[in-house]
Design a protein around this ligand. Structure first.
Ligand code: AMP
Ligand code: MG
Length: 337
């Protein structure tokens, strides 16, 4: 891997951490690992710095970004005091892969929230939190990929998309999928499935509903649109996402995948490791056995350079993290059969 190391990728040590923190304070972009995926960060209180995120990613201006904080004092700079239900979730799940919609402070630049009066906030774990603490400013950070590409789970993925941005290399990320985004008003609802399953959230908020999310089945606004209660609740979910390196077909039934591979021997099957023996003559890319392993391997698989005329993948059960995996596969798929 060392030979492929890029000049903008820095392994983590005291010096690189301080350099990254100084860049953030100066209004520059820094890519860094979180426990979910790599983020492309900028000082959330600096409108010019935030504009650089949208510019670099080619991100539509109407898609708000998540603000990352290191502690509750920093939270007060970007959001009004959280209501009781939010406080319970914060106590249970922060730092962690849970993003909450809170009422926005007027001092936060409106570009961060795409003009909305809510701000999506989370407190990440580990290195990301250390970096934000060191920078001393809340950090706006969407995933560190060009808009429309799979989220990056390694520093190399980031460097592929952004050869000139300072990247902190903390190794492959722990969850491999983005945070779960939830709104609490007027009722608690999951806006985006993520690393934290609805089942675990429901233990803290039993009434949690889930947005009849992914778009393909939703009406209006094209094949990727997503609507909740008639309104685009989480703007980002309406955009094309996670475009793989080659066309990807998602099979809902094992029998149809088995029939398809017989006629398409050159296709590459992205496959849970225990199912690999079903495809003895086929190129396969093993994703792992548990939903956690599959989630961790998913985005790297969508960026694969391995040989294969097209990518094929089989649906996983929509339980726990499986719901998140299916959400990402449905958004990434060229077609679903
Ligand atoms: P990303 O930053 O790429 O991980 O995406 C963040 C997700 O959170 C996107 O789906 C955004 O549309 C969503 N989001 C961020 N801020 C808000 C907000 N204020 N209201 C609703 N959704 C939001
Ligand atoms: Mg993203």
């Amino acid at each position: 891997m060392a030979a492929r190391r890029r000049k903008n990728v820095h392994s983590v040590d005291t010096r690189s951490l301080h350099e990254a923190a100084a860049l953030l304070r100066r209004g520059e972009l820094v890519a860094f690992p979180t426990e979910t995926v790599y983020g492309l960060g900028a000082n959330a209180l600096d409108a010019k710095a935030v504009a650089k995120i949208f510019e670099a990613k080619g991100r539509p201006q109407d898609n708000p970004v998540i603000v990352h904080v290191s502690d509750l004092r920093m939270l007060r700079k970007v959001a009004d005091p959280p209501p009781p239900r939010a406080r319970a979730l914060i106590a249970r799940f922060w730092p962690g892969p849970l993003t909450l919609l809170l009422s926005k402070k007027s001092s936060l630049p409106s570009s961060v929230t795409a003009g909305l009066d809510t701000v999506a906030v989370r407190m990440p774990q580990g290195l990301a939190r250390d970096l934000i603490r060191l920078a001393g400013v809340p950090v706006a950070a969407p995933s560190a990929n060009l808009s429309g590409r799979p989220s990056p789970t390694t520093a190399l993925h980031v460097a592929e998309d952004f050869p000139d941005v300072f990247v902190l290399d903390g190794g492959p990320t722990k969850h491999g999928v983005e945070s779960t985004v939830i709104a609490l008003e007027p009722f608690p609802v999951v806006l985006r499935q993520g690393a934290l399953s609805e089942e675990s959230l429901r233990k803290t908020i039993p009434g949690l509903r889930h947005a009849a999310s992914t778009g393909r089945l939703a009406s209006g606004g094209g094949p990727f649109s997503s609507k909740v209660n008639g309104a685009a609740a989480s703007p980002g979910t309406k955009y094309t996402h996670y475009a793989p390196t080659r066309p990807l077909t998602l099979f809902l039934r094992k029998s149809s995948l088995l029939a398809y591979v017989r006629a398409h021997p050159k296709a590459l099957v992205l496959c849970p490791t225990p199912l690999a023996p079903l495809f003895p003559k086929q190129r396969t890319l093993a994703l792992g056995s548990s939903p956690e392993e599959i989630a961790r391997a998913l985005f790297a698989a969508l960026r694969t350079r391995r040989r294969g005329s097209e990518l094929l993948v089989l649906a996983v059960p929509r339980r726990g993290l499986g719901r998140t995996i299916m959400d990402r596969l449905e958004r990434a798929a060229t077609r679903i059969v």
